[in-house]
Ligand binder design. Structure first.
Ligand SMILES: [Zn+2]
Length: 107
């Protein structure tokens, strides 16, 4: 979880100051698997392997996500916007591990 400090030129859905949660799985958001809700098996973020993730061997060039600052590739897809304020932070932290947009996790 964190607060957006910068956005790239192609990012329009997020702005500086937004609260976000970033799942440890990295997806592109536009391949067939991502569009079908199976972003853990993204075919674009880790060539030659189905899926990418922060901090895992063979899961792409994404260093660990537990850092003070994190560059979020494909942020339009991987950074999930949270409502303003600081309510329910513990609940939102769980989204980083088990859920994706359109995923199958339930509360
Ligand atoms: Zn994908």
């Amino acid at each position: 979880m964190g607060i957006v400090k910068e956005v790239g030129s192609e990012v329009s859905r997020l702005k500086v100051g937004d609260r976000v949660v970033v799942p440890f799985i990295v997806g592109c958001g536009h391949c067939r698997n991502c569009e079908s809700g199976y972003s853990a098996f993204c075919t674009e973020v880790n060539p030659g392997f189905a899926g990418g993730a922060y901090g895992y061997v063979a899961m792409g060039p994404y260093m660990g996500g537990q850092a003070e600052y994190l560059r979020v590739p494909f942020a339009f897809f991987n950074a999930l916007s949270l409502p303003p304020g600081n309510a329910n932070e513990t609940d939102f932290a769980l989204l980083a591990d088990i859920s994706r947009r359109g995923g199958t996790a339930s509360a």
